[in-house]
Design a binder for this molecule. Sequence first.
Ligand code: NDP
Length: 538
Amino acid sequence: MSGTCPYGPLLAAGAAGISPFRRAPTSPERRFAFQGTRHGTEETTLTTATGQRTFDSLDPATGAVVGTHPIQDAAAVRAAVAEAGTAAAWWAGLDRAERRRRLLDYKAILARDLTRIARLVHEETGKPEADATLEVVLAITHLDWAARNAHKVLGMRRVSPGLVGANIAATLEYLPLGVVGVIGPWNYPVFTPMGSIAYALAAGNAVVFKPSELTPGVGVLLATLFTEAVPEHQVFQTITGLGETGAALAGDPEVAKIAFTGSTATAKRVMAACATNLTPLVAECGGKDALIVDADADLPAAADAALWGALSNAGQTCVGVERIYVVDAVYDAFMKELTDRAGQVKAGRDYGPITMPAQLDIIRRHIDDAVAGGRAVLGGTGSVRAPFVDPVIVEDVPEDSSAVREETFGPTVTVKRVADVEEALEKTNATAYGLAGTVFSGNTRRALELARRMRGGMTAINSIISFASIPALPFGGVGDSGFGRIHGADGLREFARPKAVSRQRFALPGMNLTSFTRSQKELDRLVRLVTFLHGRRR
Ligand code: NDP
């Protein structure tokens, strides 16, 4: 929370009601020929002399063009997937040690170019470069874990055949699926897709990645750097375009699995496209995560974590804190800690602009709704100064308000006084989403119990979003937050198919049960054995 404001003039423009997005495009010959993109009315696509449609990625803080990328159509997607099919066969056939070595090389290349990647993330999303750096570091950590643990998790192992199968050697291994299509969001354009890409590659698959149209440059860079480690085949490709490009990928019959991260609404569309070919899907969607403050919590630590969870990345975090429930006994003390700190956090200095202009309307609607039903403690209806939004804290907002029920994806948070942690948990779980959450408590036993009962895939105790930085922990939600898991051993298995093999080592004398020559005596022997093994009640 220090340093000068890199967005000073923009903030002034926003305050004066002038949207920086309305600035003249940098190139006069650009034609705003296509309105189907998500930047808003200033979105630019142009058709080149070759007939290739293109689109621009823009710096959301300045409106400057960061890069121009092709809109790849269904034919281009099909070609990329076909190429990936060849690459997948080659990659899966590599010795596992060689695959691991290539992935660790890729990791080293990402570490070498960390600053370059972080700068591009900053340009395309608007987030501070320091936050972008943190994101890339986390992605590198996951890549490292996936590469090092793939064989341990997926490699062939013997499993116990049980007494009845004593003459059988049973083995299990997890084989690659083939081509995995990854469709990613813009809010963490490195960390989030890498949670699928790294694990899919480590499991022996080729990947075709469709980044968000807001962050195509980052996606292209990630794939370009991969070719330094794996130049032979297109094991990891990035295709660029708008929603229709993602739809073509999801509907491609040669794609073995889709890993989607984005909104619940789009996940449903992707699932429908996948249904055509019975393509399996892992869906990482949005959330409405809560933070619970118990009576014996460390209040300064809880307030600090709550603020980071709510405001960092301008609140554009799927596992960000959107609701806070504080037990009555410490409510006033907690609110003092929270508001004292919140007053020090500045939009444009500590966090960047809203990356996707259309989100500003949703944020504004939620703030209006929250303020109408509750009490604004910090900020309010005037806090939206496009493309920035100042911190907003509203207390005592009705639980049926949109600000409490729907994903806001902005630097806003609601706070509610509750009688005890049971009420906090009940309210926390009363949502269609179920992604993650946080508990601050001085009582480890109670915190662990609350965490277990919290609806969702991950809970952090006395820390914020700490589960995301631990590669061994699976990540994913329930309900409207999606299904399936990325990260950890579950994340590796998500991109593999179990292969079970049973090999008869010798024939069991007098127990030839799967033959038409089977005798009654053999069956009687089996029944006696099963009665002996399983016939007693405990
Ligand atoms: P969207 O659902 O709008 O888009 C996600 C991706 O899907 C983008 O690449 C988008 O492309 C693509 N897409 C759009 N339409 C289709 C379609 N019909 N078929 C296939 N692909 C399509 O989400 P956002 O990018 O706005 O991301 C924000 C959302 O993601 C939030 O809800 C957030 O909570 C969630 N999220 C969840 C995470 C998790 O791990 N659970 C992590 C990060 C974010 P295009 O951009 O070109 O439209």
